[in-house]
Design a binder for this molecule. Structure first.
Ligand code: NDP
Ligand code: 2IT
Length: 450
């Protein structure tokens, strides 16, 4: 049966490798649910879930500062709205294609179901590369992108947010054009800046949430993060606030990376060094290499394409927080982590571990938190931003943070319970996939064949 549905998916869209990977993992996990509830098979639930409700693909023409015209591709994948409006980020990165966005939208459906908030799943973006572009170029691109996207989204229809390459700056330009075109000031995007409808803690939420999830996992063994050496990859939104929350828990983060290389700081990335990274990445938009120039005791290692593993994952550490991109931990990296005695792998990024690596983590019985559970804090606070926008008020920092902690605890508990209910205690992959799946499927069954 797993093979049947995967074959259909692969035959239909043979080039969508990441989508096949995401579907394969979910389908494998939820087989026992289909065995228990044959009516789901009869209703062709899986066949319906792997086919997006709608895919929007559009041309995004824009002009650079020298007057040259460029054409990029824009996408929005509206995957499933059984439990709420489509919700999920926009990614601007040259690697973006339909297969990657379908994988992200598919994951988002189950992730959002876990958050306890009423949100369906979607994802979008463009193969536009914001790196090296001026603010005015980014603005013109965002405006052109929204000139098409605006007719497909809305506060009760589809609510995009940020992801790789899309942060507060891009959300601002996108929102400005949406508002102009519709003449409405609504919560159509999340991740807005504070003074015009954003939520406190939204920028922090994914990283903070991931660390809260790791802390919950360790709690099941009566352990804490205190004194734990932590490997963190990426140096963007998720990585920065992962480091920040690790410091609150008195852990010792020692690495950060970007697509050019990584830094290892044996003494630990402390608060002062973290503010340097925030300035470097968010204001100067520089490279992580500059960390080692500023703090010479840290070692910078550039990416070596000849290596079949990432040396970042080969340092001895208690915890790993992959927070850059999909498939950044290959099988060899996973083996290195396990051999070096890692206790926790907590995924800030979406699908950062290849399937063989996931199997290794599960077989080794380490605490392994899959992305759709561990990084759900970001979209959760996006959901809270939508709530605040509807009520036209804003909650204090402590209130949002409390709610985020409650949600992460609830997700953790839900995963554990679902795993036990289906005979796989301690397996957060099974737990997350089953719990998310059941919630969405029950709603689909209630709503008939649509
Ligand atoms: P950012 O754009 O802020 O940062 C991305 C970081 O990852 C950068 O350091 C970037 O380096 C690095 N990176 C991106 N692509 C690659 C690549 N192909 N190889 C190596 N490094 C890469 O994005 P976010 O921090 O927001 O997102 C990171 C991950 O977290 C993604 O998987 C995203 O889907 C996931 N996520 C994000 C959420 C959010 O709220 N933002 C919520 C949940 C998950 P460089 O600058 O060199 O490209
Ligand atoms: O992958 C994700 O969950 C995100 N990029 C955040 C989505 C959102 O709507 O906040």
């Amino acid at each position: 049966m797993k093979e049947d549905i995967l074959k259909v998916v692969k035959d239909k869209d043979p080039n969508e490798r990441e989508f096949h990977q995401a579907v394969g993992e979910v389908v494998e996990s939820i087989m026992p649910v289909l065995d228990r509830f044959p009516e789901y098979r009869k209703a062709k639930i899986l066949e319906r879930l792997v086919e997006p409700d709608r895919v929007i693909l559009f041309r995004v023409p824009w002009m650079d500062d020298r007057g040259e015209v460029h054409v990029n591709r824009g996408f929005r994948v509206e995957m499933n709205n059984a439990i709420g409006p489509y919700k999920g980020g926009l990614r601007f990165h040259p690697s973006v294609n339909l297969g990657i966005l379908k994988f992200l939208a598919f994951e988002q459906v189950f992730k959002n179901a876990l958050t306890t908030l009423p949100m369906g799943g979607g994802k979008g973006g463009s193969d536009f590369d914001p790196k090296g572009k001026s603010d005015t170029e980014v603005m013109r691109f965002c405006q052109s992108f929204m000139c098409e996207l605006f007719r497909h989204i809305g506060p009760n229809t589809d609510v995009p947010a940020g992801d790789i390459g899309v942060g507060a700056r891009e959300i601002g330009y996108l929102f400005g054009m949406y508002k102009k075109l519709t003449n409405e000031f609504t919560g159509v995007l999340t991740g807005k800046n504070l003074n015009w409808g954003g939520s406190l803690i939204r920028p922090e939420a994914t990283g903070y949430g991931s660390v809260y999830f790791a802390s919950e996992m360790l709690g099941t063994q009566n352990k804490t993060l205190e004194g734990k050496i932590c490997l963190v990859s990426g140096s963007g939104n998720v990585a920065q606030f992962t480091v920040e929350k690790l410091l609150d828990f008195n852990a010792l983060p020692v690495t950060l990376s970007d697509s050019s290389g990584y830094i290892f700081d044996e003494e630990g990335i402390d608060r002062e060094k973290l503010s340097f990274v925030k300035r470097l990445k968010n204001v100067k938009r520089g490279r992580i290499k500059e960390y080692a120039d500023a703090y010479p005791k840290a070692v910078y290692t550039p990416v070596d394409p000849a290596l079949d593993y990432n040396p970042l994952w080969n340092h001895k550490a208690h915890c790993a927080f992959p927070s850059a991109t999909q498939n950044e931990i290959n099988e060899k990296d996973a083996r290195n982590l396990v051999q070096n005695g890692v206790e926790v792998v907590c995924e800030g990024a979406n699908m950062p571990t290849v399937p063989e690596g996931v199997d290794l983590f599960l077989d080794s019985h380490i605490l392994y938190g899959p992305g759709k559970a561990a990084n759900a804090g970001g979209v959760s606070v996006s959901g809270l931003e939508m709530t605040q926008n509807s009520m036209r008020l804003s909650w204090a920092r402590e209130e949002v943070d409390q709610r985020l902690q409650m949600i992460m605890r609830s997700i953790h508990r839900t995963c554990l319970d679902a795993a036990v209910a289906y005979g796989a205690p301690g397996n957060y992959v099974r737990g997350a996939n089953i719990a998310g799946f059941v919630k969405v499927v029950e709603a689909m069954m209630d709503q008939g064949l649509v």
